[in-house]
Design a protein around this ligand. Structure first.
Ligand code: MG
Length: 381
């Protein structure tokens, strides 16, 4: 069944402690709002509207770069106003199923969505619920009473409705009151809301401890992938070589269609290799005149953007340059700094090494220079 989704990411999340509003904080290297958007898109959402604070529209473009099928709209002063802004931005008709989701529940997946949509066939709304395992107390520093758990459930999101029915329910909601979720709006309007099995993985990140727990939980949902790249270029006339994003004065140059930066080419192939996305020649054909003489950082940044589009991130990289001359050592830290910048890595995760071949082979005869790179990338499972 097709569905649309509204993700509410306009809140400040003050209980989460100081720092960025929680939807924009990183979880395993990706903004939390991105987890929710990717989860719902992967579950089959036809369109996703992300409701953000009006000064965050640019942040949404950054956080969701490379994904398609979403748009961001500015929310209102309350959660209800933000939900209504999201509903207004949907292109679909009144009978379409719409899921309303809190951005701060990053682990939403297809199984959750499928249960909700199945239940929506027989009700005006459907919500994931969990039993309350702990004994409940009412009190204020001192226990006043023990509250029976009988019939009590915790409500999670996403919550599913028909678009037209939910709009009508919001229209009937009394002014001046603030609903804490969308099901309560449907209930008040006389709608029947079905309860389906919730999931501890739909936890809402609220307190600082929640973010640490989510970081650990996220590990099982990611895989580490390796990529390797090799490149060689021939020496020719010139007075400098580009290597590892750094210009090194030399008594020869390197011949190539671009700036012939062997190190960045090997790294580009390693990054593409890690995500099984072809090779540098496929993305930047040497026959294409637009790449003539360009700086090779363009190639590497492109490969990095392909990783981001898969929801991945680069973990570390190791580059080995193989030549007799020029001496690499004096330039090594400048290369590490430049490449770390291009890969979005801290410098202690970027290694540059050099070796000679003891005078043997084409590198030993100084006919050319060679580079090998290995990159580790983490992507969603
Ligand atoms: Mg090359």
């Amino acid at each position: 069944m097709s569905f649309s989704a509204v993700i509410v990411a306009a809140g400040e999340g003050l209980r989460a402690g100081p720092g960025e509003p929680k939807a924009w904080r990183a979880l395993a290297g990706r903004p939390i709002v991105r987890w929710s958007v990717e989860g719902l898109l992967a579950a089959g959402a036809g369109e996703v509207v992300v409701v953000v604070a009006s000064d965050r529209l640019g942040s949404a473009d950054d956080a969701l770069a490379g994904l398609s099928g979403w748009k961001a709209v500015a929310g209102g002063g309350t959660r209800a106003e933000s939900v209504l802004a999201g509903l207004a931005a949907l292109r679909t008709g009144p009978d379409q199923a719409v899921l309303i989701h809190d951005a701060a529940r990053p682990f939403v997946g297809k199984a959750h969505v499928d249960r909700l949509l199945a239940a929506l066939d027989l009700a005006d709304g459907a919500i994931p619920t969990l039993p309350v395992p702990d004994t409940l107390k009412r009190g204020d520093g001192v226990v006043g009473e023990t509250v029976s758990r009988d019939g009590l459930w915790r409500a999670q999101t996403p919550q599913a409705f028909r678009l037209g029915r939910l709009r009508a329910a919001y229209g009937a909601w009394p002014a001046g009151e603030e609903p804490t979720d969308d099901a309560s709006v449907m209930e008040r309007a006389g709608g029947r809301v079905a309860m389906v099995a919730g999931d501890p993985m739909l936890m809402k990140l609220t307190y600082p401890e929640d973010f640490m727990l989510a970081e650990q939980l996220s590990a099982g949902r990611r895989i580490v992938r390796m990529g390797q790249g090799i490149d060689a270029h021939r020496f020719g006339p010139g007075d400098a070589v580009w290597l590892g994003g750094v210009r090194i004065p030399h008594d020869m140059g390197l011949i190539g269609h671009s700036d012939a930066d062997c190190g960045l080419h090997a790294l580009t192939d390693a990054v593409l290799g890690a995500i099984a996305d072809g090779d540098i020649g496929e993305h930047f054909p040497p026959s294409d005149p637009q790449w003539k003489g360009v700086s090779s950082d363009r190639f590497l940044l492109h490969a990095v953007s392909r990783v981001a589009a898969k929801g991945g991130r680069i973990l570390n990289a190791d580059l080995t340059l193989i030549c007799e001359r020029p001496k690499i050592r004096p330039h090594r830290d400048a290369m590490r700094a430049r490449i770390a910048e291009l890969l979005g890595l801290p410098i202690d995760r970027m290694s540059v090494k050099a070796t000679t071949t003891e005078g043997m082979g084409f590198t030993g005869r100084e006919e050319g220079l060679m580079a090998q790179a290995v990159v580790a990338v983490e992507t969603p499972f």
